[in-house]
Design a protein. Structure first.
Length: 468
């Protein structure tokens, strides 16, 4: 009877997980998606805990308390830190899978070696390789996003790097295959730890050559790896819910990664092994590029004469927490009968949907957010393109410069607007490590400073300037 109830609870939890993903398709139903996911997970934990073979209840209580102790502070991070928080979540998932696989292997090796069947060993090896590489890869990604001092922000590349990385993975797989066919031999005592170490090192080496511009896609791929490790864990534990939940997680991460790669006109292999964001040395042409700065008053005068203003947010807006000031500026423009649209690039920010989440927090109507493919035909009619902290996603070099690391990446056509105002903290290049041609164009004027302060001053200047 209890087994039937547990399986029924698992089925309901699976359905809730599916609905959670479905509700995430639209901002209006996203909250329902979160609630469905939370309810499904709570039901899964309680159903698992209720099984009669679970006898060490104190350990489960300790684990739940520890989970809350870590999870609650992570839920309170600012929206600018959500990408690295997401990467940490993937790291915890990978660690859980790796530890479970390690524990089950040594438990069975010591007490029930007959349980180490070929199928279970395949699942265990897959679980620990995927779990541990997800752990260190996600920690490296979080470190890059957090700009930890001892983790290089720019891609680190060297000759033969891909050969070394693939070699690490191949050695781990070969050792794993050896264990699969003979899991109880004396060699198991050193081979299994060696696979763990190789997987941990591979995770680090996989992320080191990847630049910040690729982080949205990398986070999605790591999400997929975490899901696949959960699938393997489900087979090891003979838990159907883990298999289905992991499959949903892995497949959704894979689909999202494909979408992100298409948005950048790149492939998985190019993201993982192409070192996108590699810093390039500027060629000595003898021509010194010069920015044209503009004052707040001058920019406000041009803005209030516009009919269509397209706001293009980027990571600079996120860092400055300028989303509320941006909405206030848009409100001031609309009071003057000016049409305002937000152009959203799929990889703007540091994670998929980063700009959407920030602007939603500022109560910007979702109908005002326009995707790149839809806004680009309207850009020639835009009187002003206001670029707030975006860099690589508006760089015209992506269209024509075959030597650029972002060549071929679809961009928002900000350069086709009649006037461009670009807000930047400094003259430093973006995360791709290259200068932005847009910022040196004749029609572009720079507003240097913190985005929150600059946008706030623009809104005040418009509020004090009266109507048309």
């Amino acid at each position: 009877m209890m087994t039937a109830l547990v399986q029924l609870a698992y089925l309901v939890a699976t359905i809730l997980f599916i609905f959670a993903l479905h509700f995430m398709n639209h901002p209006r139903t996203a909250r329902k998606g979160v609630k469905a996911g939370v309810l499904g997970m709570a039901l899964a934990v309680l159903a698992t805990w209720a099984q009669p073979e679970v006898i060490h209840h104190s350990w489960i209580v300790i684990a739940i308390v520890a989970g809350f102790a870590v999870g609650y502070p992570l839920s309170r991070v600012p929206l600018t830190a959500v990408p690295q928080r997401t990467a940490l979540s993937h790291a915890f998932g990978g660690l859980a899978a790796g530890l479970v696989g390690t524990a089950k292997f040594y438990l069975w090796l010591r007490n029930e070696p007959e349980m180490l069947t070929t199928f279970r060993m395949i699942a265990i090896i897959a679980e620990i390789i995927l779990g541990y590489l997800t752990l260190t890869g996600s920690l490296m990604a979080a470190g890059k996003l957090q700009e930890v001092k001892w983790i290089p922000q720019r891609p680190v590349t060297y000759r033969g790097q891909n050969i070394v990385n693939i070699g690490l993975l191949v050695v781990a797989v070969v050792l794993g295959a050896t264990l699969i066919f003979n899991p109880t031999g004396a060699h198991a005592l050193w081979m299994f730890p060696a696979i763990i170490v190789l997987s941990l090192v591979f995770g680090v080496m996989l992320i080191i050559p990847i630049g910040g511009a690729d982080m949205p896609t990398v986070i999605s791929i790591l999400n997929s790896y975490a899901g696949l490790s959960a699938v393997a864990m489900g087979f090891v534990l003979d838990n159907k819910l883990l298999i289905t939940a992991g499959a949903l997680d892995g497949s959704s991460g894979l689909i999202l990664s494909i979408i992100m790669c298409r948005a950048m006109n790149r492939s998985f292999t190019n993201v993982l092994f192409g070192a996108f964001g590699k810093v390039q040395q500027t060629k000595a042409t003898g021509e010194q590029k010069v920015y044209k700065a503009e004052t707040i008053e001058g920019a406000a005068q041009i803005l209030e004469q516009a009919q269509l203003v397209v706001i293009i947010p980027g990571y600079g807006m996120a860092v400055a927490q300028a989303q509320h000031r941006t909405r206030e500026l848009a409100d001031q423009l609309r009071k003057r009968g000016i049409t305002v649209k937000y152009a959203i690039h799929p990889v703007a920010g540091r994670m998929p949907g980063h700009m959407n989440v920030l602007l939603a927090e500022a109560d910007v109507p979702y109908s005002d957010l326009v995707e790149m493919d839809e806004i680009n035909p309207d850009m020639p009619q835009a009187d002003v393109a206001l670029v707030i902290g975006a860099n690589d996603v508006v760089n015209p070099a992506a269209r024509h410069d075959k030597t650029s690391p972002i060549y071929g990446m679809p961009i928002i056509d900000a350069d086709k607007a009649r006037t461009v105002f670009a807000i930047k903290r400094s003259k430093n290049p973006g995360f791709a490590g290259i200068d932005n041609e847009l910022y040196f164009a004749d029609k572009t004027f720079m507003l240097f400073g913190d985005a929150k302060q600059v946008v706030g001053e623009l809104a005040k200047a418009l509020a004090g300037g009266g109507g048309h």
